[in-house]
Design a protein around this ligand. Structure first.
Ligand SMILES: [Fe+2]
Length: 593
């Protein structure tokens, strides 16, 4: 049975294809059309899904969408009537959403087929149920608590659920305008981070702040009977889309979230790209602090209603890996399964799996243990891309590839590592990664100056051989999708100085040989040379969506000052001479650092 899942006309549009309950392929549209956080119709992603399983759209029996504009309609109408200025906006949104519900016409047009060829049944699933489904049905458990939180989706910001067998029973919802995601966006905007998806930057800035504004910020969001409530006087009235607008070309825009009261209380908002003041860091710190307090309050209340060791979690706020890393100390939950695509691209998987298990009553099948659900490319495609890029290629065998790349990393070189199937979700997990030595004091600055051009305060992440995690980190709960931040043990901080954040933490990826043998063996090879079972891992891109194809990887390698490209079995070494860049294809020899 073939089910196509979609997230469409919403940020991070995506598609996923499920064959007899197994997720065969999943991809966000941004990786194909190169438009970051694209929020239109995922036409290219749908085509890629069908190609991956060799099917035509006429073979698809069910199409599931992770959005239901009729969900919580009474609440939406009630809100619109209480805010007369927003009624027109509400009616416009309803009209637009009605047009978007015509999935049949949209798919027929995207795939250039006649509507009469489409035989699928159509399903629309409420946004946050799709989030929880994306985590629970991919987890190994038959019973768990379910939790989802983000800015907004179908007029809800937070959902708690009991997950058992094939069913997800919603226990409670927090309705708009109350939203932890919107709180994060509002304060992030105030301190100059105004783009969709900037919340991770604010999280990275938080440890530089002091306990200056914790009291003030705690008054903006209050705990309330296992839920929470915002003081709306700090917010502009945002309407039922909670200030997120998707333009006709798929660009996602954020409206200004903060009201004049923020300015009265905290001074002028910071202009984007200007110097960051201590005030901005202190606000980021207070925000993260209060966010965590409310998050744990919600989880502890959930645990009282659904006592379980296991927690299945998704939603954009579930990407807050700092909060996730503290969860085991602050709540009774003992294990988490956080969907690798916790943000809205994950809705495609959630909606499709919910259709399979809950609607069609099909048995649970397999745990999603890794995130390698995207496309891979043949060696001939890689070779022709190398030729087109003006790079001759020589193949090396697996042992030589691992040894020579590990040698280059040990020598302080920056390596583009392009292997196998692309990752699903926002993190590069060793298949579309830039890798480097984690223990060189200047490596963070080198990466920033030469390739990534990121803000100075953002940390780089470590990938660690899972069997060594307990030696380096103070927590050993696995973090296969780079979604937990743990303290680095004091005696290991020097060895990991390039991935050790200012608060002595790291957002680690635990790597097992079972889930990614090539990447694990690369780290293992580096370990044999240096005694460090860790490499620095950052996404393979430069201010763009993560590279998907060999051509994009080669283009990124050529336009940045990366030293080495390991693409499939091919190694290309760039030597920097007199400001000129020379490219060779010789297998690298170690150089002293
Ligand atoms: Fe969401």
């Amino acid at each position: 049975m073939l089910i196509l899942g979609l997230n469409m006309f919403h940020a991070d549009a995506s598609a996923a294809i499920i064959l007899d309950g197994k997720v065969e392929f999943a991809i966000a549209e941004e990786r194909l059309n190169r438009h970051k956080h694209f929020g239109g119709f995922p036409a290219l992603a749908v085509k890629a899904c069908l190609d991956a399983v060799g099917a035509k759209i006429s073979d698809v029996e069910h199409v599931a969408v992770g959005q239901d504009s009729d969900a919580n309609l009474a609440k939406k109408v009630q809100y619109a009537l209480a805010n007369p200025a927003k009624i027109l906006n509400f009616i416009r949104l309803r009209q637009r959403k009605e047009a978007m519900r015509d999935v049949r016409s949209l798919l027929a047009k995207a795939l250039d087929v006649d509507v009469s060829q489409l035989r699928f049944q159509e399903h629309h699933l409420e946004h946050h149920i799709a989030h929880i489904a994306s985590a629970y049905y991919c987890s190994p458990w038959d019973k768990s608590a379910g939790f989802s939180y983000d800015g907004s989706g179908d007029f809800v910001s937070t959902m708690v659920a009991r997950c058992e067998g094939n069913e997800i029973e919603v226990l409670d919802r927090v309705f708009l305008p109350h939203s932890l995601g919107s709180l994060y966006t509002m304060i992030g905007e105030f301190i100059g981070y105004t783009n969709y998806g900037d919340e991770g930057k604010v999280m990275g800035l938080a440890p530089y702040g002091r306990d200056m504004f914790c009291k003030e910020i705690s008054k903006i969001v209050m705990q309330k009977n296992g839920g929470f409530q915002l003081d709306l006087s700090y917010f502009k009235s945002l309407g039922s889309n909670q200030g997120m607008q998707v333009l006709r070309d798929g660009t996602v825009r954020l409206a200004r979230h903060f009201s004049d009261r923020m300015e009265k209380q905290f001074g002028k908002p910071r202009e984007p790209h200007t110097e960051i003041a201590q005030r901005d860091m202190d606000l980021a710190h207070a925000l993260q602090h209060r966010f965590e307090e409310i998050f744990f309050h919600l989880l502890n209340a959930l645990h009282q209603r659904m006592p379980a060791d296991y927690l299945a979690m998704a939603g954009g706020c579930a990407l807050n890996s700092v909060a996730n890393g503290k969860l085991f100390e602050r709540t009774p939950f003992r294990q988490t399964y956080i969907q690798p695509a916790a943000g809205d691209e994950g809705l495609a998987i959630g909606a499709a799996l919910h259709t399979y298990h809950s609607v069609l009553k099909q048995p649970r099948r397999v745990e999603l243990k890794n995130a390698y659900l995207g496309p891979e490319f043949s060696d001939s495609r890689i070779q022709s891309a190398l030729r087109a890029g003006g790079l001759e290629s020589h193949k090396v065998d697996r042992a030589r590839l691992l040894d020579s790349v590990a040698e280059q990393i040990a020598a302080g070189k920056v390596v583009g590592w392009f292997q196998g199937r692309m990752e699903w979700g926002p993190r590069a997990l060793g298949n579309r990664s830039i890798v480097a030595h984690p223990g060189l004091p200047d490596m963070k600055d080198v990466l920033n100056a030469r390739i990534k051009h990121r803000e100075w305060f953002r940390p780089f992440a470590p990938s660690i051989m899972a069997d060594h995690q307990h030696e380096y980190f103070e927590h050993d709960h696995p973090s296969p999708f780079m979604l937990h931040v743990y303290k680095i043990r004091p005696e290991k901080r020097k060895a990991l100085c390039a991935v050790n954040h200012v608060d002595d933490t790291g957002r680690l990826q635990s790597v097992t040989r079972e889930e990614n043998p090539l990447y694990y063996d690369l780290i293992s090879s580096f370990y044999r040379k240096t005694g460090i079972p860790v490499i620095l891992n950052t996404s393979f891109n430069e201010n763009e969506p993560i590279v998907c194809t060999p051509e994009e990887a080669i283009d990124c390698f050529q336009r940045t000052r990366m030293d080495v490209l390991a693409i499939g079995p091919h190694v290309v070494v760039k030597s920097h001479q007199n400001g000129e860049t020379a490219l060779t294809t010789s297998v690298p020899k170690a150089e002293s650092i």
